[in-house]
Ligand binder design. Structure first.
Ligand SMILES: *[C@@H]1O[C@H](CO)[C@@H](O)[C@H](O)[C@H]1NC(C)=O
Ligand SMILES: *[C@@H]1O[C@H](CO)[C@@H](O)[C@H](O)[C@H]1NC(C)=O
Length: 177
């Protein structure tokens, strides 16, 4: 009897923690319109993905990375990946086409804004980072570093749809499912 009550309590506590943490992402990115960013990306997706010559490898979508992230780590993982794009991918990518560049810059500005919002949240202890997110982030950086820098940047840009869909799913949270 006692053990049962303890485990029920644990389940309730876990549920509470998980919902607090996925709500954390929503609260931190309260005014973000992820769909608008997805629409911007859709306009350049074909052109970007056509330049990706290593279709047989992935940077974001390995089983150990985005797909294994628990609700507790979603906020931190989002923050780390926004930093990955802002500090690495957007800087490494050289775009000659001004129209494409304009779209990429628009996405980069949104990412910078979101990154700052999540950093503020982390300072307020609402976006906690555990080893799980740190390790998954390291795997993504390792995948990136294994490719030549231009190929890595274009591939990561091509995988923005994976990242945006993942943010969107977690941003809406379980209540919207
Ligand atoms: C992916 O394809 C490239 C070029 O076709 C090749 O050089 C590379 O070894 C392949 N990588 C894997 C992991 O299969
Ligand atoms: C994270 O990686 C370190 C070093 O590889 C490892 O010792 C640790 O167990 C990993 N932690 C998790 C939670 O995966």
């Amino acid at each position: 009897m006692k053990a049962q009550r303890v485990s029920l309590w644990l389940v309730a506590a876990m549920f509470f923690l998980c919902s607090v943490h996925t709500r954390g992402l929503r609260r931190c990115l309260i005014s973000m319109d992820i769909h608008h960013i997805e629409e911007t990306f859709q306009e350049i997706k074909k052109t970007i993905q056509a330049k990706d010559t290593f279709q047989n490898v992935t940077i974001l979508s390995t089983p150990e990375t985005l797909h294994s992230i628990k609700p507790l780590d979603v906020c931190c993982m989002t923050k780390n990946l926004l930093a990955f794009y802002v500090d690495k991918v957007f800087k490494d990518h050289q775009e000659r086409n001004p129209q494409i560049l304009r779209k990429i810059s628009s996405i980069a500005n949104s990412f910078l804004y979101m990154k700052k919002a999540l950093q503020r949240c982390q300072e307020q202890r609402q976006c906690h980072c555990r080893d799980e997110a740190t390790n998954a982030t390291r795997i993504i950086h390792d995948n990136y570093d294994q490719l030549e820098v231009r190929s890595a940047a274009i591939k990561s840009l091509g995988e923005l749809d994976v990242f945006l869909a993942w943010i969107d799913k977690n941003h809406q949270g379980p209540s919207a499912a």
